[in-house]
Every structure is written in C-alpha cells, then in structure tokens.
Design a protein around this ligand. Structure first.
Ligand code: ADP
Length: 210
C-alpha cells in the first residue's frame, strides 16, 4: 500500500532540503514547483496562456518565463495572483495526480507531494493539491527570523522583498498547528537529517494488523 504525504513549509524554511532527504531515503517525491516549471517551458500552451494574461513583459530575453518578474507582479497584487493561480493550478494538479497514480501502480511505499502552498490551497479549496487525500501532512518549521535570513541568503533578495514573500503566505506557526508531523529545521542540517530519518521510518512502518 502506498502512503501519500503532503510536504510543505514557508518560503526559506527548508522544505526542499527535507524533500531531498526523504528522496535519498527512498521516498518518491512529486515536486509541484518542478512540474510548474516543466509545464510552462518555452513554447508550452501554459506559457502562452500566462503571456496572454500578463503580457510579454514577463518573458526573459530567451523567450522563457521570467519567474522573478512574474513573482514581483503577483506578490504585490492579490487579484493578479488569483488569476495566475486559476491558470496554473488545474494543470499542475492533474499532472501530480497522474504521477501519483503511476507511483501507486508501481507499489511505491511512500510518495511525498512537495507543495509550497499546500495549506493555503487546502484552506481556500483552490490549490493544485487541495483535493488530494493525504495520509499525513508534514510541515517544515523554523522561526520567521531564520526564514528571512535563509531566504535572503539563498535568493539574494533584500529584507523588504523577502519579508513581503513571507507575509503573503499563511504564517508558519499556523501551518505547524495544522500538521500531523513537524520537522524543526532551525538547527543544524545533521539534526534535521536525524529527524527526517525518524519520520521516514515512522511513515513507512507496516500498518499493524488488527
Ligand atoms: P524552501 O524549499 O522551504 O524554500 P530550502 O530547502 O531551499 O527552503 O532552504 C532555504 C535555504 O536555507 C537554502 O539555501 C538551504 O540550503 C538552507 N538551509 C536549509 N536548511 C538549513 C539548515 N538546517 N541549516 C542551514 N541552512 C539551511
């Protein structure tokens, strides 16, 4: 039986780091962000739809999507963000469902759906994974100060832009309260690795027969 886990966090909290650790332990990770990038590659129908809505100013010199420019646009305007979501989410959701079915057919023991805005989407019912029947939700948590610092370092954003992105999401403390399992990623990578290993073992433990 395949167990299906939803993995999320807040921007810069370490979700991708934890996803990579779970993958290295043997989980199959379905990465919503990677699917978005694939589906909106140059020449794709999805990119054409996005350009029709937001004009070619969101394209880079080589005709690909300038994600940073699009991000600035939608993070500053909730209505624009809703329009983008309405274009992108159904296609991403369908592709994740297809990959999940395929993993189930192969009998993969643990599938992890890595979805940045999983809990925001489930709250509004409109996210790409809003309808998925998860066995458990895992949240990667750090204090906001750590989220800010790691995001600034990773993405080279200034403090104001980094904070705006954090504040556009559900607060990480709220996400923690909705989780079935929490990974505390505020310490060293070694400590996180230890926590992730324990979680992987828990999630792949055979169900006790009644
Ligand atoms: P997310 O996917 O949640 O946005 P990432 O996994 O990309 O976050 O982590 C954000 C940044 O912080 C990355 O540059 C990553 O290498 C770094 N990072 C993640 N976990 C730790 C940790 N425990 N200690 C130090 N740096 C970390």
């Amino acid at each position: 039986m395949t167990r299906v886990v939803g993995l999320t966090g807040g921007i810069g909290s370490g979700k991708s780091t934890v996803a990579a650790l779970l993958r290295s332990l043997g989980a199959e990770v379905i990465d919503a962000d990677a699917i978005v990038r694939e589906l909106q590659a140059p020449g794709s129908p999805l990119l054409a739809e996005i350009v029709a809505e937001f004009k070619s100013s969101i394209l880079d010199a080589s005709g690909g999507l300038d994600r940073e420019a699009l991000g600035r646009l939608v993070f500053a305007d909730a209505a624009k963000r809703a329009r983008l979501d309405a274009i992108v989410h159904p296609k991403v959701g369908a592709e994740m469902a297809r990959r999940l079915d395929e993993a189930r057919r192969r009998g993969v023991p643990l599938v992890v759906l890595d979805v940045p805005l999983l809990l925001e989407g489930r709250r509004t019912g409109r996210g790409s994974a809003a309808q998925f029947p998860f066995d458990a939700i895992v949240v990667v948590h750090v204090p906001e100060s750590v989220q800010l610092e790691r995001q600034m370092r990773r993405d080279g954003r200034d403090r104001e832009e980094a904070l705006r992105r954090i504040r556009s999401q559900m607060p990480l403390d709220e996400k923690r309260a909705l989780a079935d399992h929490v990974i505390d990623n505020s310490g060293s990578l070694e400590k996180t690795e230890h926590e992730v290993r324990a979680l992987y073992e828990l999630l792949t433990r055979p169900a006790r027969s009644a």
